[in-house]
Design a protein around this ligand. Structure first.
Ligand code: SF4
Length: 506
């Protein structure tokens, strides 16, 4: 029995020619232009019976930000008969971006005619589609209706004519040549993506994703947006996640680094990571309406630090320099609270009175690393005091236990989270310390093909600031590459909820 091939489908001879030279051993079939031609060609598709399909060619840009030569990878294809969602192409997107191509993802609409006029483009763009072609929807529908349901399908289009330069203008000639060159460059990435097709097992860490402090902080901004006049300012990222910030920006929040960017008398939300007293004083002087989204567990560390300072101790804060939370805690008593980043610094630090020392911890440290630093501090300062309860919060601890529970049995661990998320970075470190490859990704489109290439068991978790739907998208992507068996390993149940602060409560 011959193996089912990876098939690339194009509409035009020029596209077929461009791709055939860039793909080795991959059949490139031409279906003809438009849905009627596609329907005539479909028996050939059935005859080939491919295992993976990429529909590749040129397209018209609908989104005004698209330029000639930009690559559009479809998240769905639609036409007047319906829509089909496409989830498998995230690693292809990551690879194309790594190769330096400008890639956008979004819906592609297929029509039965060339869309030339600006008015029709605007009408199609208003439906949410970012590019237009004439074949994708018909091909994808035929594949989804007749072929095996886990068949990986990608639709990749390179923009020729744009929202501002419709087709049949002189400028579309060089744009067409440029698009064909870009199309050729997609070949190696398409082959890497196609090689990922196949069954996998997913080990899902539990708990993962949002903690009580992050949920509360997001709720606070959303409630404040409903209650107070716009613009609503938020000092620093409300939580360290690019998707959360973008979503709140779309709803009307304005993120600033410092209070001097906030006009007097307006409303400002302080982030979940907390602020120093100097920031509170400045906000009061400026008569800002402050809504404080500081996580109660961060506020607890501030209280502990203040308690130790009040009795004359030198406070050692174990944490990472530059993190918003550390900046806020150090600000409780500048000069009297000293930062200790790791065991080496704990071994080296000197204090005025070794009998009057206390330590507090950043809430999102790696539990094992922090224990080593604390051991060194306890050995050097036997009378050192600390909080009666753990400063590393329950959410950080649980997520680290959960990633440990999956890492040893996984070929690779994907941690969903943003690069500035401390607790997400710690999850990568915990998995790596157990000898498993681990990668931080903001979302599915950050997953590079080689991470999955030889991986049959994929561990998945997410930092406390990463929205749960991003994890679903990673699992959806894997499921669209082949059959997936999901095994969730839950190490702790979480039901903590924090009350809302003054200004948005009630
Ligand atoms: S990770 Fe911990 S300290 Fe940070 S917001 Fe969540 S619960 Fe609060």
């Amino acid at each position: 029995m011959t193996e089912r091939p990876f098939l690339v489908i194009t509409a035009l001879r020029s596209e077929q020619f461009a791709l055939a030279g860039a793909l080795s051993g991959v059949p490139v079939e031409r279906c003809g232009m438009g849905p009627a031609k596609v329907r005539q060609w479909l028996p050939r598709l059935a005859e080939i019976n491919p295992a993976v399909v990429a529909v590749v060619g040129v397209a018209g840009g609908l989104d005004p930000s698209l330029r000639a030569g930009d690559v559009v990878v479809a998240t769905e294809v639609r036409d007047d008969k319906g829509r089909r969602v496409l989830r498998s192409a995230a690693p292809l997107v990551a690879e194309l971006r790594r190769q330096g191509l400008t890639v956008r993802t979004g819906p592609i609409v297929s029509t039965d005619h060339i869309v030339g006029g600006v008015d029709e483009r605007q009408r199609l763009a208003a439906t949410g589609a970012i590019a237009v072609d004439m074949e994708s929807a018909e091909i994808v529908r035929a594949l989804s209706d007749t072929a095996d349901p886990s068949l990986p399908i990608a639709v990749v289009r390179v923009v020729v004519d744009t929202a501002y330069t419709p087709i049949a203008r002189l400028r579309t000639l060089p744009a067409g040549a440029k698009a064909l060159m870009v199309l050729r460059r997609t070949g190696p990435a398409l082959q890497k993506w196609a090689a990922l097709a196949g069954p996998r097992r997913v080990l899902l860490a539990g708990p993962r994703s949002f903690c009580a402090g992050v949920e509360r902080a997001i709720d606070i901004v959303e409630l404040a947006l409903q209650r107070y006049s716009r613009p609503l300012y938020v000092r620093r990222q409300i939580v360290h996640n690019a998707h959360v910030v973008r979503d709140l920006e779309k709803q009307g929040a304005v993120f600033v680094d410092e209070l001097d960017e906030v006009p007097d008398g307006t409303t400002v939300v302080f982030s979940a990571h907390g602020v120093s007293p100097a920031v509170r004083v400045e906000a009061e002087r400026r008569r800002l309406n402050v809504i404080d989204a500081t996580c109660p567990l961060v506020a607890k560390v501030h209280s502990e630090a203040k308690r130790f300072i009040a009795r004359g101790d030198t406070v050692l804060l174990v944490g990472h320099d530059g993190h918003d939370e550390v900046e806020g805690t150090l600000g409780e008593a500048p000069g009297q609270i000293r930062l200790v980043q790791d065991r080496a610094e704990a071994e080296a630090i000197s204090v005025d009175d070794p009998d009057k020392v206390a330590f507090v911890l950043q809430t999102t440290l790696a539990v094992d690393d922090a224990a080593q630093t604390v051991d060194a501090l306890r050995r050097r300062f036997p009378l050192i005091e600390s909080s009666p309860t753990d400063d590393i919060c329950y959410a950080t601890t649980n997520r680290q236990k959960a990633v440990s529970a999956i890492a040893q049995d996984a070929d690779v661990v994907l941690v969903v989270g943003s690069p500035n998320s401390s607790n997400s970075l710690r999850l990568v470190e915990v998995a790596e310390r157990l000898g498993t490859r681990a990668h931080l990704v903001d979302d599915a489109s950050g997953v590079l093909p080689e991470w999955l290439a030889d991986a049959k068991t994929i561990g998945i978790t997410a930092g406390a600031s990463a929205p749960p739907h991003l994890v679903d998208e990673v699992i959806g992507m894997l499921s669209a590459l082949g059959p997936v068996e999901v095994d969730e390993r839950v190490v702790a149940e979480e039901d903590l909820k924090f009350t809302l602060p003054k200004g948005v409560a009630g």
